[in-house]
Design a protein around this ligand. Structure first.
Ligand code: CO
Length: 162
């Protein structure tokens, strides 16, 4: 298998970030190109110090996200949230595609979802806290939604070299 590459992150206000991404088809799950994309996205997330990354952020409008999880990188293909807690929390978020910008977003504290993992297996996951927040932020990217659309107390940090 080829080595992982660091991909270019597409930044606001690029049109790609506003498109609705399409699900991966069954046949694409065994595609070496998708395996490579997952590897490259995982590497890019680590190099750029992100906690999650969605395929549209690297110019691919596919329903695929990677998350930096305590047990390593988690790849979620065609993720679908099927339960959200009524309890919501405001917490500060940022985004590699909206550099030097932060704001508070209100989101359900816990979620349940289904997804297909990088081995092509259908999985269920219950997430809470930061993991739930990151997954919701990344799934928003798949629907063309950015955190700045929902955020309050948006602040921009002036940085020429960040
Ligand atoms: Co983001």
């Amino acid at each position: 298998m080829a080595k992982a590459k660091t991909l270019t992150i597409i930044t606001y206000p690029a049109a790609t970030l506003r498109q609705k991404s399409r699900p991966l088809k069954e046949a694409e799950l065994i595609d070496a190109e998708i395996d490579q994309l997952i590897l490259d996205m995982a590497q890019t997330m680590k190099v750029k110090d992100g906690v999650g990354l969605a395929a549209p952020q690297v110019g691919k409008n596919l329903r695929l996200i990677v998350i930096n999880h305590e047990n390593g990188t988690l790849a979620l293909i065609n993720p679908q949230i099927n339960w959200r807690s009524l309890l919501k929390r405001w917490e500060e978020e940022g985004c590699l595609s909206v550099p030097n910008c932060y704001g508070e977003v209100k989101r359900p504290k816990a979620i349940r979802l289904t997804f297909i993992d990088s081995a092509g297996q259908r999985k269920n996951l219950k997430a809470k806290g930061l993991l739930a927040r990151v997954i919701q932020h990344e799934i928003d990217h798949l629907d063309g939604v950015l955190f700045i659309d929902k955020a309050r107390r948006i602040k921009k940090i002036n940085s020429a070299d960040n």
